[in-house]
Write a protein that binds this ligand. Structure first.
Ligand SMILES: [Zn+2]
Length: 289
């Protein structure tokens, strides 16, 4: 099977529609093996992960895109993020066993919202929020794009225990006539609508696109690799502790002897003893940025 852990752009000759297609395999396994996910939860998480990879490709600058669903169901959080350099990570919080019987989004998350956060490297964060009120994530993300960017966007996501795959098409700003733009969009989105889940999970990228668009001059670009990568570090964990304040941090050390912090994304453990805490809050210590 080709096209694992890669993201590819595609374009069509003669229209102003762009596309992205992505398949996660090892990167997905690296992320889901950290917890015992029931199949239904793993598959939903897989859709969120592949969606983050597709959305990261819509960034026009280096940065990170985060998709976070927060709800009142058995699951209270699903969060996935992907850098423009294609580094993926994610977490699911909640009662995984109770969520096992879920089918549509509200079964997993109850009444929920979906926040899309874009963090340009060194720039201002931007966040858009939509209600998570459709049956699946694709529809909620389409709603987000229609609302925030006013660009017609269509997304198909699929996941099983082994893989997660997705396709996104989006209308680009165009100088063509309204009639031509609408006709091209209708034609292309109707074809994408015929893509089946088993094709997404069973075929390579070029085979999927050939099946859908072989008469439409589709051009597939070079693949970019996707990997699981966690951006946590001892230094970032220390910064989070400093923001809690000296009294609070010293209180934990007094009570427990040391502070042990486990990264939720990768299980890396960071421990801080008394002398670490002393130097963390040393007024003479050079400040690291
Ligand atoms: Zn980590």
């Amino acid at each position: 099977m080709t096209d694992q852990d890669t993201l590819q752009r595609f374009l069509f000759d003669g229209t102003d529609i762009r596309g992205e297609i992505s398949t996660l395999a090892n990167s997905y396994q690296d992320i889901i093996r950290r917890q015992k996910y029931p199949d239904s939860v793993a598959e939903l998480f897989g859709e969120f992960l592949v969606a983050a990879s597709l959305l990261s490709a819509t960034l026009k600058f280096p940065g990170i895109i985060t998709i976070q669903a927060t709800g009142s169901g058995p699951l209270n959080t699903i969060m996935t993020e992907c850098t423009q350099g294609n580094k993926l990570r994610g977490i699911v919080r909640g009662d995984l066993a109770a969520a096992a019987v879920g089918n549509v989004l509200s079964d997993f998350l109850g009444s929920a919202t979906l926040a899309i956060t874009i963090e340009p490297e060194g720039g201002e964060r931007y966040q858009g929020i939509v209600p998570l009120d459709a049956d699946n994530l694709s529809q909620c993300l389409e709603h987000y794009f229609n609302q925030s960017e006013q660009l017609p966007t269509q997304i198909k996501l699929s996941a099983n225990r082994e893989k997660a795959s997705g396709v996104l098409i989006q209308q680009m700003p165009s100088s063509q006539s309204r009639e031509k733009i609408d006709a091209d969009w209708q034609h292309t989105s109707a074809l994408l609508g015929t893509l089946k889940s088993e094709e997404q999970l069973g075929l390579g990228h070029s085979e999927q696109l050939y099946r859908l668009f072989h008469e439409d001059g589709v051009r597939l670009f070079e693949p970019q690799n996707l990997n699981f990568f966690c951006s946590c570090s001892k230094q970032r964990t220390e910064r989070a502790l400093i923001s809690l304040g000296h009294t609070e941090v010293q209180g934990i050390v007094d009570e427990q002897g040391a502070i042990l912090i486990t990264c939720e994304f990768c299980d890396e453990q960071y421990s801080f003893n008394q002398s670490n805490v002393d130097s963390m809050f040393d007024p003479d210590k050079p400040v690291l940025h």
